[in-house]
Design a protein around this ligand. Structure first.
Ligand code: AP5
Ligand code: ZN
Length: 208
């Protein structure tokens, strides 16, 4: 199972990825989580990435690509992977294709989690994220259901930044829908339904 998850910020990519990982034991490669971990650890990469992330802009490709290729090479990704938040523009998609080809691997599907912008704004303003493991849940949950860590509101989940992220998605990431349709890899699920209903369709679409 080698899958790319597409969809606007807050569409539920991370939520569906968490479920696939729990059930099928594949690697969850979330560039957002990897970048937030780098920011938290204060690495050189984290210091460079922080201002872009806080402003809702994409971090420069060269900073992100190495993170992803390193994770694709790791042991736990050999059985399969779910890429969540990568690729984010056409240049990243082309780089991914050639990196996978070099490894003798390929994608099985690009799955679009489709949700309208007004729903997104509501979801992201009430989202809380685990400081320790990145697990996400709606506001009201004080400790992480997965690891017990403290839940907090991401800096980029403030209203003014949410709109910027939606604009960046429309301009830079949405064109990937046509990119993957052209490669006959695109599948699409209506993400504006209860999590388990979405997940049932995800599995059916992926033939799992
Ligand atoms: P990233 O962390 O990737 O953020 P994102 O794409 O904006 O996606 P989110 O994590 O916000 O949303 P999601 O779709 O995973 O939704 P979730 O499942 O949490 O990126 C952050 C930043 O990092 C970027 O802005 C950029 O700066 C940088 N970056 C990352 N990757 C990059 C790249 N490749 N290149 C350059 N820069 C990059 O769900 C959202 C909420 O809704 C949760 O509270 C959840 O509980 C709830 N929810 C989920 N599903 C449902 C449902 N079906 N019904 C009701 N509620 C639901
Ligand atoms: Zn946690």
């Amino acid at each position: 199972m080698n899958i790319v998850l597409l969809g606007a910020p807050g569409a539920g990519k991370g939520t569906q990825a968490q479920k696939l990982v729990e059930e099928f034991g594949v690697a969850h490669i979330s560039t957002g989580d990897l970048l937030r971990a780098a920011v938290k650890a204060g690495t050189k990469l984290g210091v460079k990435a922080k201002s872009y992330m806080d402003n809702g802009q994409l971090v420069p490709d060269k900073l992100v690509v190495d993170l992803v290729t390193e994770r694709l090479d790791a042991d736990d990704a050999q059985k399969g992977f779910i890429l969540d938040g990568f690729p984010r523009n056409t240049a990243q998609a082309v780089t991914l294709d050639s990196a996978l080809a070099e490894m003798g691997r390929s994608l099985d599907a690009a799955l679009l989690v489709d949700v309208k912008p007004d729903v997104i704004v509501k979801r992201l303003s009430s989202r809380r994220t685990c400081k320790e493991c990145g697990y996400t849940a709606p506001a009201g949950v004080d400790s992480c259901p997965s690891c017990g860590g403290e839940m907090y509101q991401r800096d980029d989940d403030k209203p003014e930044t949410i709109q910027k992220r939606l604009d960046v998605y429309e301009n830079q990431t949405a064109p990937l829908v046509e990119y993957y349709r052209g490669k006959e890899l695109l599948k699409s699920v209506d993400g504006d339904r209860p999590v388990d209903e979405v997940y049932a369709d995800v599995k059916e679409l992926l033939g799992l």
